[in-house]
Design a binder for this molecule. Structure first.
Ligand SMILES: C[S@@+](CC[C@H](N)C(=O)[O-])C[C@H]1O[C@@H](n2cnc3c(N)ncnc32)[C@H](O)[C@@H]1O
Length: 281
Protein backbone atom coordinates (compact mmCIF):
# COMPACT_ATOMS: atom_id res chain seq x y z
CA UNK A 1 0.00 0.00 0.00
CA UNK A 2 1.31 3.46 -0.89
CA UNK A 3 2.07 5.95 1.88
CA UNK A 4 -0.83 8.27 0.96
CA UNK A 5 -3.18 5.31 0.77
CA UNK A 6 -2.06 4.16 4.23
CA UNK A 7 -2.42 7.66 5.64
CA UNK A 8 -5.90 8.09 4.22
CA UNK A 9 -6.96 4.68 5.50
CA UNK A 10 -5.81 5.70 8.97
CA UNK A 11 -7.82 8.94 8.71
CA UNK A 12 -10.91 6.99 7.63
CA UNK A 13 -10.51 4.51 10.49
CA UNK A 14 -10.11 7.26 13.10
CA UNK A 15 -13.06 9.19 11.68
CA UNK A 16 -15.23 6.08 11.76
CA UNK A 17 -14.29 5.21 15.33
CA UNK A 18 -14.96 8.75 16.58
CA UNK A 19 -18.08 9.63 14.60
CA UNK A 20 -19.38 6.64 12.65
CA UNK A 21 -18.90 8.61 9.43
CA UNK A 22 -17.86 6.37 6.53
CA UNK A 23 -15.89 8.18 3.84
CA UNK A 24 -16.46 6.62 0.45
CA UNK A 25 -13.78 5.97 -2.17
CA UNK A 26 -12.60 8.90 -4.26
CA UNK A 27 -12.27 11.20 -1.26
CA UNK A 28 -8.50 11.62 -1.56
CA UNK A 29 -8.57 15.31 -2.44
CA UNK A 30 -11.08 16.05 0.28
CA UNK A 31 -9.00 14.16 2.87
CA UNK A 32 -5.81 15.93 1.80
CA UNK A 33 -7.48 19.36 1.99
CA UNK A 34 -9.00 18.73 5.37
CA UNK A 35 -5.78 17.35 6.83
CA UNK A 36 -4.04 20.46 5.58
CA UNK A 37 -6.62 22.66 7.27
CA UNK A 38 -6.48 20.61 10.46
CA UNK A 39 -2.75 21.08 10.63
CA UNK A 40 -3.10 24.81 10.08
CA UNK A 41 -5.91 25.17 12.67
CA UNK A 42 -4.08 23.16 15.33
CA UNK A 43 -0.74 24.82 14.49
CA UNK A 44 0.74 21.33 14.81
CA UNK A 45 4.41 21.47 13.88
CA UNK A 46 5.30 17.75 13.89
CA UNK A 47 4.71 14.91 11.50
CA UNK A 48 1.14 14.23 10.34
CA UNK A 49 1.48 10.67 11.69
CA UNK A 50 2.19 12.08 15.15
CA UNK A 51 -0.86 14.30 14.89
CA UNK A 52 -3.01 11.29 13.96
CA UNK A 53 -1.48 9.19 16.75
CA UNK A 54 -2.41 11.86 19.26
CA UNK A 55 -5.99 11.90 17.96
CA UNK A 56 -6.18 8.11 17.83
CA UNK A 57 -5.10 7.88 21.48
CA UNK A 58 -7.69 10.58 22.26
CA UNK A 59 -4.97 12.79 23.78
CA UNK A 60 -5.24 15.99 21.78
CA UNK A 61 -7.02 17.57 18.83
CA UNK A 62 -9.95 15.13 18.82
CA UNK A 63 -12.52 17.94 18.65
CA UNK A 64 -10.57 19.74 15.94
CA UNK A 65 -10.31 16.51 13.95
CA UNK A 66 -14.07 15.87 14.16
CA UNK A 67 -14.87 19.50 13.30
CA UNK A 68 -12.57 19.33 10.26
CA UNK A 69 -14.16 16.22 8.79
CA UNK A 70 -17.86 17.02 9.12
CA UNK A 71 -19.72 18.45 6.15
CA UNK A 72 -22.06 21.16 7.36
CA UNK A 73 -23.93 22.31 4.26
CA UNK A 74 -27.40 23.57 5.15
CA UNK A 75 -29.73 26.49 4.59
CA UNK A 76 -32.95 27.96 5.97
CA UNK A 77 -36.07 26.03 4.96
CA UNK A 78 -34.10 23.40 3.09
CA UNK A 79 -36.64 21.01 1.53
CA UNK A 80 -39.32 23.53 2.41
CA UNK A 81 -42.19 21.06 1.88
CA UNK A 82 -41.20 19.49 5.24
CA UNK A 83 -41.87 22.79 6.99
CA UNK A 84 -45.13 23.19 5.08
CA UNK A 85 -46.14 19.72 6.26
CA UNK A 86 -45.26 20.70 9.83
CA UNK A 87 -47.38 23.86 9.52
CA UNK A 88 -50.36 22.31 7.70
CA UNK A 89 -50.61 18.74 9.02
CA UNK A 90 -48.77 18.48 12.36
CA UNK A 91 -49.28 21.82 14.11
CA UNK A 92 -53.09 22.15 13.73
CA UNK A 93 -53.51 19.16 16.09
CA UNK A 94 -51.53 21.02 18.75
CA UNK A 95 -53.63 24.15 18.39
CA UNK A 96 -56.69 22.01 19.11
CA UNK A 97 -55.28 19.95 21.98
CA UNK A 98 -53.36 22.80 23.63
CA UNK A 99 -50.50 20.37 24.24
CA UNK A 100 -46.85 21.47 24.02
CA UNK A 101 -44.98 20.18 21.00
CA UNK A 102 -41.56 18.63 21.57
CA UNK A 103 -39.23 18.56 18.62
CA UNK A 104 -35.76 17.22 18.00
CA UNK A 105 -33.32 18.22 15.28
CA UNK A 106 -30.60 15.58 15.25
CA UNK A 107 -27.97 17.17 12.98
CA UNK A 108 -28.54 20.87 13.28
CA UNK A 109 -25.30 22.11 11.74
CA UNK A 110 -25.12 25.93 11.90
CA UNK A 111 -28.71 26.27 13.12
CA UNK A 112 -30.71 27.12 10.01
CA UNK A 113 -32.80 23.94 10.32
CA UNK A 114 -33.92 24.26 13.98
CA UNK A 115 -34.51 28.02 13.55
CA UNK A 116 -36.68 27.17 10.53
CA UNK A 117 -38.63 24.75 12.76
CA UNK A 118 -39.08 27.54 15.33
CA UNK A 119 -40.22 30.07 12.69
CA UNK A 120 -42.74 27.53 11.41
CA UNK A 121 -44.31 27.29 14.87
CA UNK A 122 -44.56 31.07 15.17
CA UNK A 123 -46.08 31.30 11.69
CA UNK A 124 -48.59 28.60 12.58
CA UNK A 125 -49.50 30.51 15.75
CA UNK A 126 -50.24 33.59 13.65
CA UNK A 127 -52.12 31.56 11.04
CA UNK A 128 -54.31 29.62 13.47
CA UNK A 129 -54.52 32.36 16.08
CA UNK A 130 -53.03 29.96 18.61
CA UNK A 131 -50.23 29.84 21.17
CA UNK A 132 -48.59 26.48 20.69
CA UNK A 133 -45.83 26.05 23.23
CA UNK A 134 -42.77 24.25 21.99
CA UNK A 135 -39.38 22.96 22.93
CA UNK A 136 -36.78 22.31 20.27
CA UNK A 137 -33.59 20.41 21.07
CA UNK A 138 -30.93 20.66 18.38
CA UNK A 139 -27.77 18.59 18.43
CA UNK A 140 -24.70 18.09 16.31
CA UNK A 141 -21.32 16.43 16.80
CA UNK A 142 -19.44 19.50 15.55
CA UNK A 143 -18.79 22.02 18.34
CA UNK A 144 -17.79 24.76 15.91
CA UNK A 145 -21.15 24.78 14.10
CA UNK A 146 -23.02 24.63 17.40
CA UNK A 147 -21.26 27.80 18.52
CA UNK A 148 -22.13 29.41 15.19
CA UNK A 149 -25.77 28.41 15.67
CA UNK A 150 -25.86 29.77 19.20
CA UNK A 151 -24.41 33.10 17.97
CA UNK A 152 -27.12 33.13 15.30
CA UNK A 153 -25.48 35.50 12.84
CA UNK A 154 -25.89 34.65 9.16
CA UNK A 155 -24.43 36.18 6.05
CA UNK A 156 -25.80 35.73 2.57
CA UNK A 157 -26.06 37.37 -0.77
CA UNK A 158 -28.88 39.94 -1.17
CA UNK A 159 -29.90 38.26 -4.41
CA UNK A 160 -30.26 34.77 -2.92
CA UNK A 161 -33.75 33.64 -2.04
CA UNK A 162 -33.15 32.18 1.38
CA UNK A 163 -36.73 32.23 2.74
CA UNK A 164 -40.03 30.96 1.28
CA UNK A 165 -42.78 33.49 0.51
CA UNK A 166 -44.72 32.64 3.67
CA UNK A 167 -41.85 33.82 5.93
CA UNK A 168 -41.05 37.49 6.58
CA UNK A 169 -37.44 37.37 7.79
CA UNK A 170 -37.66 40.84 9.35
CA UNK A 171 -39.99 39.33 12.00
CA UNK A 172 -37.26 36.96 13.14
CA UNK A 173 -33.94 38.65 12.34
CA UNK A 174 -32.26 41.98 12.95
CA UNK A 175 -30.07 43.43 10.24
CA UNK A 176 -26.49 43.84 11.35
CA UNK A 177 -24.17 46.46 10.01
CA UNK A 178 -20.57 45.42 9.86
CA UNK A 179 -17.54 47.01 8.32
CA UNK A 180 -15.90 45.07 5.53
CA UNK A 181 -19.03 43.33 4.40
CA UNK A 182 -19.51 43.39 0.60
CA UNK A 183 -22.33 45.64 -0.63
CA UNK A 184 -24.18 42.71 -2.21
CA UNK A 185 -24.12 40.80 1.06
CA UNK A 186 -26.37 41.01 4.05
CA UNK A 187 -25.73 40.08 7.67
CA UNK A 188 -28.66 39.14 9.91
CA UNK A 189 -28.90 38.12 13.56
CA UNK A 190 -31.57 35.88 15.05
CA UNK A 191 -33.85 37.81 17.43
CA UNK A 192 -33.82 36.68 21.04
CA UNK A 193 -37.43 35.37 20.97
CA UNK A 194 -36.54 32.90 18.26
CA UNK A 195 -33.21 32.02 19.81
CA UNK A 196 -34.86 31.15 23.13
CA UNK A 197 -36.98 28.52 21.40
CA UNK A 198 -33.98 26.33 20.55
CA UNK A 199 -31.55 24.55 22.87
CA UNK A 200 -28.30 23.50 21.24
CA UNK A 201 -26.17 20.69 22.60
CA UNK A 202 -23.37 18.47 21.41
CA UNK A 203 -24.29 14.86 20.67
CA UNK A 204 -22.85 12.03 18.63
CA UNK A 205 -25.41 9.99 16.72
CA UNK A 206 -23.01 7.02 16.99
CA UNK A 207 -23.28 6.98 20.78
CA UNK A 208 -24.78 3.72 21.99
CA UNK A 209 -27.77 5.52 23.52
CA UNK A 210 -29.18 9.04 23.41
CA UNK A 211 -29.90 11.24 26.45
CA UNK A 212 -33.67 11.36 25.88
CA UNK A 213 -36.67 9.50 27.22
CA UNK A 214 -38.62 6.95 25.26
CA UNK A 215 -41.46 8.63 23.35
CA UNK A 216 -40.12 12.09 24.26
CA UNK A 217 -40.62 13.80 20.89
CA UNK A 218 -43.58 14.59 18.66
CA UNK A 219 -41.32 15.43 15.76
CA UNK A 220 -37.81 14.28 14.80
CA UNK A 221 -35.78 15.83 11.99
CA UNK A 222 -32.91 13.62 10.83
CA UNK A 223 -32.06 15.09 7.46
CA UNK A 224 -29.00 14.94 5.26
CA UNK A 225 -26.83 13.27 7.86
CA UNK A 226 -27.58 9.56 7.38
CA UNK A 227 -25.89 9.81 3.98
CA UNK A 228 -22.53 10.01 5.76
CA UNK A 229 -23.01 6.58 7.36
CA UNK A 230 -22.97 3.05 5.98
CA UNK A 231 -26.40 1.49 5.32
CA UNK A 232 -25.95 -0.71 8.40
CA UNK A 233 -25.16 2.27 10.63
CA UNK A 234 -28.00 4.35 9.16
CA UNK A 235 -30.37 1.61 10.23
CA UNK A 236 -28.90 1.50 13.74
CA UNK A 237 -29.19 5.29 14.14
CA UNK A 238 -32.76 5.36 12.87
CA UNK A 239 -33.80 2.62 15.31
CA UNK A 240 -32.23 4.52 18.23
CA UNK A 241 -33.95 7.76 17.20
CA UNK A 242 -37.25 5.96 16.71
CA UNK A 243 -37.41 4.96 20.38
CA UNK A 244 -37.63 8.63 21.32
CA UNK A 245 -40.45 9.40 18.89
CA UNK A 246 -44.03 9.12 20.16
CA UNK A 247 -46.52 6.86 18.44
CA UNK A 248 -48.25 9.23 16.01
CA UNK A 249 -45.15 11.43 15.90
CA UNK A 250 -43.46 12.44 12.65
CA UNK A 251 -40.00 11.60 11.34
CA UNK A 252 -38.53 13.76 8.57
CA UNK A 253 -35.52 12.44 6.67
CA UNK A 254 -33.46 13.93 3.81
CA UNK A 255 -34.29 13.69 0.12
CA UNK A 256 -31.81 10.89 -0.63
CA UNK A 257 -32.30 8.95 2.61
CA UNK A 258 -34.60 6.05 3.42
CA UNK A 259 -36.18 4.64 6.57
CA UNK A 260 -34.61 1.17 6.22
CA UNK A 261 -36.11 -1.36 8.67
CA UNK A 262 -38.50 1.22 10.12
CA UNK A 263 -40.58 0.97 6.98
CA UNK A 264 -42.92 -1.58 8.60
CA UNK A 265 -43.43 0.59 11.66
CA UNK A 266 -44.36 3.85 9.95
CA UNK A 267 -46.91 5.24 7.57
CA UNK A 268 -45.53 7.34 4.74
CA UNK A 269 -47.50 10.60 4.58
CA UNK A 270 -45.34 12.62 2.19
CA UNK A 271 -41.94 12.87 0.55
CA UNK A 272 -39.62 11.39 3.17
CA UNK A 273 -42.19 12.13 5.86
CA UNK A 274 -43.16 9.20 8.10
CA UNK A 275 -45.63 8.87 10.95
CA UNK A 276 -44.79 6.30 13.60
CA UNK A 277 -47.53 3.70 13.95
CA UNK A 278 -45.89 1.31 16.40
CA UNK A 279 -42.69 0.74 18.33
CA UNK A 280 -39.86 -1.22 16.81
CA UNK A 281 -39.12 -4.30 18.92
C1 LIG B 1 -24.98 18.27 5.73
S1 LIG B 1 -25.29 18.76 7.39
C2 LIG B 1 -27.05 18.67 7.41
C3 LIG B 1 -27.67 19.79 8.22
C4 LIG B 1 -29.19 19.82 8.23
N1 LIG B 1 -29.72 18.67 8.91
C5 LIG B 1 -29.76 19.95 6.87
O1 LIG B 1 -30.43 19.02 6.39
O2 LIG B 1 -29.59 20.99 6.24
C6 LIG B 1 -24.80 17.28 8.31
C7 LIG B 1 -24.51 17.56 9.77
O3 LIG B 1 -24.41 16.30 10.43
C8 LIG B 1 -23.45 16.41 11.45
N2 LIG B 1 -22.95 15.09 11.84
C9 LIG B 1 -22.13 14.26 11.15
N3 LIG B 1 -21.86 13.15 11.85
C10 LIG B 1 -22.54 13.26 13.01
C11 LIG B 1 -22.66 12.43 14.16
N4 LIG B 1 -22.01 11.25 14.26
N5 LIG B 1 -23.43 12.84 15.18
C12 LIG B 1 -24.09 14.03 15.09
N6 LIG B 1 -24.00 14.87 14.05
C13 LIG B 1 -23.24 14.49 13.01
C14 LIG B 1 -22.37 17.30 10.82
O4 LIG B 1 -21.56 17.91 11.79
C15 LIG B 1 -23.20 18.29 10.03
O5 LIG B 1 -23.41 19.49 10.71
Amino acid sequence: MEDTEKLHKKVKDILYSLTGITLSENKDIMIANRLHKLRRDTKFKGDIDDLLKSIQNEENFVTEFINSFTTNKTHFFREDFHFEDLRDRVLPDFTKSGQDIKMYCSASSTGEEPYSMAMTILEANALYNSRIKSSIIATDIDTKVLQYAADGIYRFSKSSKEFPDWISPQKYFKKRVKKGIASEEILIKVKDDLKRMVTFQVMNLSDSAYPFQNHQFDVVFCRNVLIYFSAKDQNIILKKLFKHLKIGGTLYIGHSENPHELINYVQRVGQNIFVKVKDFN
